[in-house]
Design a protein around this ligand. Structure first.
Ligand code: NDP
Length: 387
């Protein structure tokens, strides 16, 4: 029986992971399920999967979790330290699906503990790529991409020599506002931004898709995960979201990963890797689809893409600063404190301001330095948002 844990079990990726695991309960022993504050959903799944422990990161949700698990024999815990302890428990496979930089340390601990870490939490690679890769190199653990684009690239690279790669093309749906007139973007509301044309995802990543901050994070993740020169990474808008990424080789061949937009493919691929097992995903009917279209990714509409280029060039702590400023600006937009278009401006102001601080960007990528950069960036972003 494989020992598995799911960090961020109550979210969109977590629920899709549970869907796959619940189809073969005899194959898995569930160690830990963690959530933020949704104690009811967490308890329901912990009971259904007979988990050893369920943890809510928000301690105020612990009494509700305890009550819901009473008599089940499942351990209940709450708070950040309990979350990290649960993530560190020995497991063969761990899904890292907490949203935001909050997912970095729990995933890192699981990796250091020797697990195969299925990485949906793209922020881990953006904030601390070298640290994650080192943990995978130095210990028994391994990293498997779950972001659909990175899973697609990973799959296209199987059996290939990385030195034969000429370019990586990351596709983007364009999100909720891809066809809006530019002058209307200022008026976009959080509810409008939180609708996605193709993918069913959590609220934050859906809004990040509309602003393309999600794509910006993915470009940085591509550089970090595959060790690719940023100049070799391209983005193209592909409104149908059927091609998840393409890898171009030096002989001119382009290998595309094509399939319906269903995260259970990438999750299932990581769950069964290196085997390819049957998955309950809809098969793509090419004739029904008829055509696939592509457009340039306009940096005027999506300035986050331009900012990502600067972050990839700067390296070091720039990714952690970029992500923390983005998370803070996103909070500001969700809470109606800033306009949709102001998010990119805030992130740029934070990057410019903190890049001028001697030694900050070039600091060694350690967990402490990343936390420190994250803290400073959030502080600065809050300052800029009140101006
Ligand atoms: P959701 O918002 O749906 O879920 C987030 C999960 O994290 C929930 O379990 C939530 O708990 C938990 N959580 C929130 N804040 C904290 C915190 N401070 N500490 C601990 N746990 C917390 O997100 P998604 O599932 O959409 O995304 C998860 C990650 O996967 C993100 O990094 C995203 O970028 C990435 N990803 C998502 C894709 C998707 O299709 N959804 C595709 C590719 C990548 P609760 O709900 O209980 O409060």
């Amino acid at each position: 029986m494989r020992r598995v844990s799911i960090l961020g079990a109550t979210g969109s990726i977590g629920q899709n992971t549970i869907d796959l695991i619940a189809r073969a309960p005899e194959a898995y022993h569930v160690v830990a399920l963690t959530g933020g504050r949704n104690a009811a959903a967490l308890a329901r799944d912990a009971i259904a999967l007979r988990a050893e422990i369920a943890v809510v990161a928000d301690e105020s949700a612990l009494p509700e979790l305890r009550e819901a698990l009473a008599g089940s024999g499942i351990e209940a815990a709450g708070g950040r330290a309990a979350l990290i302890e649960a993530a560190s428990r020995p497991a063969d496979w761990v899904m890292s699906a907490i949203v935001g930089a909050a997912g970095l340390e729990p995933g890192l601990r699981a990796l250091q503990g020797g697990a195969a870490l299925a990485l949906a939490n793209k922020e881990s690679m953006v904030c601390a790529g070298p640290l994650m890769l080192k943990a995978a190199r130095d210990g028994q653990g391994s990293l498997l991409p779950v972001d659909s684009e990175h899973s697609a690239v990973f799959q296209a690279l199987i059996g290939e020599d990385l030195s034969a790669v000429e370019r990586i093309v990351i596709t983007a749906s364009g999100g909720a506002f891809r066809d809006w007139p530019l002058e209307d973007l200022d008026k976009a509301t959080p509810a409008q931004a939180a609708t996605h044309p193709n993918w069913d995802m959590g609220q934050r990543i859906t809004i990040d898709s509309a602003s393309m901050f999600n794509k910006a994070l993915e470009l940085i993740e591509t550089k970090e995960f595959f060790g690719i020169d940023p100049a070799m990474i391209e983005t193209v808008v592909h409104p149908e979201s059927m091609i998840h990424a393409l890898v171009g080789f030096r002989d001119g061949a382009l290998m595309a990963h094509v399939g319906m937009p269903d995260m259970r493919h990438a999750i299932g691929f990581a769950l069964h890797y290196p085997e390819r097992r049957a998955l309950p995903v809809e098969r793509l009917d090419l004739v029904k689809l008829g055509q696939m279209t592509f457009r340039p990714a306009c940096e005027t509409r999506w300035p986050a893409l331009r900012l990502a280029r600067g972050v990839m060039e700067a390296g070091g702590m720039a990714g952690a600063i970029f992500n923390a400023a983005k998370e803070t600006a996103l909070d500001g937009f969700i809470e109606n404190r800033i306009q949709f278009t102001r998010m990119a401006a805030v992130v740029e102001e934070v990057l410019t301001s903190l890049s001028a601080q001697t030694g900050l960007i070039d600091a060694e990528v350690t967990l402490d330095n990343v936390m420190q950069a994250d803290h400073l960036a959030r502080q600065k972003a809050r300052e800029f948002m009140t101006v």
